[in-house]
Design a protein around this ligand. Sequence first.
Ligand code: ZN
Length: 90
Amino acid sequence: MAVKNFMKDLIDDEIEGILKNVKMCKCEKCIDDIKAIALNNLKPRYYSTHLGEVYSKTNILATQFRVEVIKELTVASELVRHHTKHEIES
Ligand SMILES: [Zn+2]
């Protein structure tokens, strides 16, 4: 059985595009921090893979979620950028 969070799927989709526009450390640790902060600020939308994808990535609801995800990822990337816990590897 697998229960998935649609917001997590969207975050995985959008993170690359967000990071492309931000000058910051892009190691796995910082990316995980951004994802965690964004997920904490987003209301989770769960679906079971057994039932299939409830939220199609193209429907209106998904478009609205995507806007929220992009907003939270932007905020989270700013936070992590200013509070990087380790030396920036270039
Ligand atoms: Zn880093």
